[in-house]
Design a protein around this ligand. Structure first.
Ligand code: PEP
Length: 251
């Protein structure tokens, strides 16, 4: 059985105090519920230690939203994978479309970031997805395949199995426009075929593939009902415990 995961991406939201309050409220909500998926929150780097200390590790995994493509040294402002790991975080989002678009993260950079995350025992939540024009010109399968091939296919099967994928059509992120359940399933099934060609069916069947892009309490259940959708990467709706819990309970 593949791991089911609902992961929140807080992006650049919440002060430290607000973030700790949000994480504690989520932790309290999870204490009184039996949930059927793993819950992860990827918080601003400044908040990780405090959030790790305010939640129960058996209820909530904590992650960063980025880590560096360098090991250490004179890289002002960067945070290495080893540093992220040393905070108590277990996950790191890599290749989010906002980082690809605004911070010039290429497949080559992401390849190195993934290697360093894995070497340091972090689980990468590796994001892939096409922009609107690519979907409209029917290049979405090629784009997603090339992001996977160029960013991840240098990994051994054993390392690849440690990665969580997140399919996030860029046109659906923060827009309120969600991929239909058919569009999500079609792409997730395609991704699994790509993985099977490289690593074989057994590995392909083991990888959790999350959907991200305006997932909310109203659409989560139908998206998660797809056989190849193993959960969600949630932006806006992860900032309110009520909404995030409703998505978690969609499993
Ligand atoms: C995201 O940024 O990963 C995301 C899915 O955002 P939203 O849920 O707000 O579309």
């Amino acid at each position: 059985m593949r791991k089911k995961i609902v992961a929140g991406n807080w992006k650049m939201n919440k002060t430290l105090q607000e973030g700790v309050a949000l994480a504690s409220e989520l932790n309290d909500a999870l204490k009184v519920e039996t949930v059927k998926c793993d819950v992860v929150i990827c918080v601003p780097a400044t908040h990780i230690v405090s959030v790790v200390n305010s939640v129960s590790a058996d209820k909530i995994g904590v992650g960063a939203q980025n880590s560096a493509d360098k090991v250490s040294g004179a890289y002002t402002g960067e945070i290495s994978a080893a540093m992220v790991k040393s905070t108590g975080a277990g996950y790191v989002i890599l290749g989010h479309s906002e980082r690809r678009a605004y911070y010039g993260e290429t497949d080559a950079i992401l390849k190195t970031k993934t290697d360093l995350a894995l070497e340091n025992g972090l689980t990468p939540i590796f994001c892939i997805g096409e922009v609107l024009e690519e979907r409209q010109s029917e290049k979405h399968f090629d784009v997603v395949k090339s992001q996977i091939v160029n960013g991840l296919f240098h990994l051994s099967a054993d390392d690849f199995k440690k990665v969580v994928l997140a399919y996030e059509p860029v046109w659906a992120i923060g827009t309120g426009v969600t991929a239909s359940k058919e569009q999500a399933q079609e792409m997730h099934a395609f991704i699994r075929t790509v993985l099977a060609e490289k690593y074989g069916q057994d590995v392909a069947q083991e990888i959790s593939i999350l959907y991200g892009g305006s997932c909310n309490p109203k659409n989560a259940a139908e998206l998660f009902a797809n056989p190849d959708v193993d959960g969600g990467l949630i932006g806006g709706a992860a900032l309110k415990v009520e909404d995030f819990m409703a998505i978690i309970k969609a499993w």
